[in-house]
Design a protein around this ligand. Structure first.
Ligand SMILES: Cc1cc2nc3c(=O)[nH]c(=O)nc-3n(C[C@H](O)[C@H](O)[C@H](O)COP(=O)(O)OP(=O)(O)OC[C@H]3O[C@@H](n4cnc5c(N)ncnc54)[C@H](O)[C@@H]3O)c2cc1C
Ligand SMILES: NC(=O)c1ccc[n+]([C@@H]2O[C@H](COP(=O)([O-])OP(=O)(O)OC[C@H]3O[C@@H](n4cnc5c(N)ncnc54)[C@H](OP(=O)(O)O)[C@@H]3O)[C@@H](O)[C@H]2O)c1
Length: 650
């Protein structure tokens, strides 16, 4: 029972007691009128209660009402989608947070956007449908194309930030350079460095009760450790640090890597006038979509990234229509999750995808051999990769899967003895996906998270870490990703953090951290589920920190629905709690709630309506459908059937 479960009907004004059905009968006058005396009587009783000083005796009666929230200072690291979602939750979505949270976002760059600020390479775009890759609180009806371009996403983020003032608490050009848990104070000491006009200012320490990591995982470029890389005399760039001042046309271009970034860059470089492009890959990647994107729009359009018509955009202006459109895509995406289960379903998907890829490669035997994977569909991230496969049919584009042995001043050498002389070296070699913080993050007892996560990053459902109290993580190890839009799961994660903040603030909690044994069990069981999923297949991928047989550290072991359910409520039994005093019930304050002091509150809100027998009664044996058996049958059916869903990339 909670007061909010039963909104009180508007009460009659105090001046007209005869009409107030909740008033005592005339022969039983109200002992104390809440408006004119009750509150002060409570205060008087508290003040006169004998006892020692509250600072030495936490059981001395407190004067606050029960559940009175204390203010919490919260720092968020990063102003990408995750950090901005937090800003929206604190400023708008949860009005009570305005009274609880004193928020600061530290962003080391000069602007919002994170991933989309950093990745500006030619061809960068999302590869989940744009309509589901947006802030859930303000989806964009005006996307130009089915897959939004990087610049369109960046502009959308900026305009949404402006509209909702989400930059209110951001300190730009301010890098978090260290953080240390101070147990006695129940606070994090956070060391930050601000850069002004290119000059790093002296570091300063700031303190907060709760530290939220929204640092992202795909943000720090990984330069390949290839001998001689630094000897190269031509132009060298990384997909996540693209140099736009350089003219790539007319150049010989080596592109290392065929992850999602490399796959988007190859066709763009091939299209430029006068270029010669060679893609250096170590293995294949699934380049595939189950159905042409236009199927989502209910029309035929061979364009792999169809443009929305004016009429379609007009229809999306209707919020209800737009909602149903977004729900349709998300529903199909969730249904398609079952293709990520190993076995018959996935094998059939592989066959279908191989045929699609072979057709795009014009059935060229050598290209098919090098480019079509033999491992599980989805083991490495699937990309629709518009134009990538087709590029190799162009005379100016080629590839090799012979390993790079070294790079010299003029080009790239491979194990087969070949040399590709080039003017440009593009490293589409991904990111530092270790999850290890790039600054000292010191928890209880001097534990350093970078050290703890050196071999294996383990977390509580991706959101928290044992011995790192009041540290909450967005996109932590084993977060929900790999299919559908990440933004949805970041949004749920933010809601979960709000629940913790509310609990901490109103229940006098100093510190919370997940129990170590719970996290170990969570990871162990997740690993078992992962054995049934394609991400533990025989490919190398960043989901396994670049290994072939390592643990899946990037993705959650289970479906989106399960992840959502796991973090919808706080599983308090999984956490260690420390209170601000030795009295864990100090939050009970003076023994009354502020709610009941409001003369407008309905103090009989919990009185139930009489049930009707026929509505509530389920007679044993009469329930025709056993819901558990039905779910099991459906699960078996889905995992043996590849005809579900269409959107299966990240
Ligand atoms: C090219 C590319 C395309 C992608 N496409 C998709 C897609 O189609 N669909 C999808 O679901 N996901 C996609 N992703 C994943 C994408 O990263 C997430 O969807 C999302 O943008 C992550 O947001 P974030 O805020 O958690 O992290 P980020 O966007 O990475 O933001 C993290 C922020 O933290 C800041 N930061 C980091 N360290 C510090 C520090 N020490 N101090 C201060 N600030 C710091 C960074 O500067 C950055 O601004 C893509 C990723 C890439 C790289
Ligand atoms: N929405 C989108 O369209 C989109 C676009 C880009 C990125 N993303 C996101 O970002 C993630 C990362 O994508 P990414 O392409 O940037 O990185 P990635 O998937 O990690 O791919 C990196 C590529 O570089 C290769 N590589 C790395 N080090 C190398 C070396 N020393 N020598 C030779 N090759 C090397 C890798 O080969 P191996 O695989 O053999 O190691 C791989 O082909 C994606 O999975 C996705 O989540 C999304």
């Amino acid at each position: 029972m909670s007061p909010s479960a039963d909104p009180a009907p508007a009460p009659a004004p105090a001046a007209a007691p005869a009409e107030d059905v909740r008033m005592p009968a005339p022969e039983l006058p109200e002992v104390l009128n809440r408006a004119n005396g009750f509150k002060s009587v409570v205060e008087e009783a508290v003040n006169s209660a004998s006892g020692s000083d509250a600072s030495t005796d936490p059981f001395k009666l407190a004067s606050d009402f029960a559940y009175t929230a204390r203010r919490l200072k919260v720092f968020t690291i990063g102003a990408g989608f995750s950090g901005l979602l937090m800003a929206h939750k604190f400023q708008h979505r949860f009005p009570d947070m305005r009274d609880i949270v004193d928020h600061t976002i530290f962003e080391m760059r000069e602007d919002v956007g994170g991933t989309w600020l950093v990745n500006t390479y030619p061809g960068v775009q999302c590869d989940v449908p744009a309509h589901i890759y947006a802030f859930p609180f303000d989806p964009n009806p005006n996307w130009e194309r089915f897959y939004a371009s990087g610049p369109d996403i960046e502009n959308y983020i900026r305009s949404t930030v402006k509209k909702w003032s989400l930059d209110r608490d951001i300190q730009y050009n301010t890098r978090v350079a260290g953080a240390q848990w101070i147990a006695e104070q129940g606070q994090w000491k956070v060391t930050v460095e601000t850069t002004v006009n290119g000059v790093v200012q002296p570091a300063r320490d700031e303190y907060c009760h709760v530290l939220i990591s929204a640092q992202g995982v795909l943000v720090h470029p990984n330069w390949p450790s290839i001998p001689g890389l630094r000897d190269f005399k031509g132009h060298i760039t990384h997909s996540a640090a693209w140099d736009h001042d350089f003219d790539y046309s007319g150049k010989r271009i080596a592109i290392i890597g065929n992850g999602s970034s490399g796959i988007q860059i190859v066709p763009q470089m091939t299209k430029l006038p006068g270029t010669t492009v060679r893609n250096f890959i170590r293995g294949p990647t699934w380049v595939y979509y189950r159905a042409p994107p236009s199927k989502h729009l209910g029309r035929d359009d061979p364009d792999p990234n169809p443009r929305y018509t004016d009429e379609e955009r007009q229809r999306f202006q209707d919020p209800e229509y737009h909602l149903q459109h977004r729900k349709g895509i998300i529903s199909r995406t969730n249904k398609s999750f079952y293709i990520f289960m190993k076995g018959k379903n996935n094998a059939e998907g592989m066959k279908f995808a191989s045929e699609q890829m072979a057709a795009k490669l014009n059935h060229d035997p050598e290209l098919c051999e090098k480019l079509i994977p033999k491992w599980e569909l989805g083991c490495r991230r699937i990309t629709p990769g518009p134009g990538y496969l087709e590029s190799f049919l162009e005379p100016n584009c080629s590839l090799t899967n012979s390993g790079i042995t070294k790079i010299s001043e003029k080009g790239v050498h491979t194990a087969d003895g070949e040399f590709f002389e080039c003017d440009v070296l593009v490293c589409a070699t991904g990111f530092d996906v270790s999850h290890r913080p790039r600054f000292p993050l010191i928890g209880e007892g001097g534990r350093d998270l970078a050290e703890i996560w050196k071999d294996d990053p383990e977390s509580y459902v991706s959101v928290a870490v044992p011995h790192f109290p009041n540290y909450f993580v967005m996109m932590g190890p084993n977060c929900l990703g790999g299919h559908g839009s990440l933004v949805e799961s970041l949004n749920w994660t933010g809601d979960y953090f709000v629940k913790w903040l509310r609990k901490m603030a109103t229940e006098d909690i100093k510190a919370v951290a997940p129990k170590e044994e719970v996290v170990r069990a969570f990871c162990k069981y997740g690993d078992q589920i992962h054995k049934t999923l394609v991400w533990t297949g025989s490919c190398t991928s960043w989901y396994k920190r670049g290994t072939r047989n390592g643990r899946v550290t990037a993705l959650f072991g289970g479906s989106a629905q399960l992840f959502n359910k796991l973090i919808t409520d706080i599983r308090a039994e999984d956490f260690e709690f420390t209170y601000n005093t030795a009295n864990p019930f100090r939050f009970m304050g003076n023994g009354f709630t502020a709610f009941e002091m409001d003369e407008n509150s309905d103090l009989a809100w919990y009185v139930e309506k009489a049930e009707k027998l026929e509505d509530s009664q389920v007679v044993e044996g009469e329930n025709k459908v056993d819901p558990k058996a039905a779910a099991k049958a459906r699960f078996n059916e889905l995992t043996a059937d590849v005809s579900n869903g269409t959107t299966i990339s990240t």
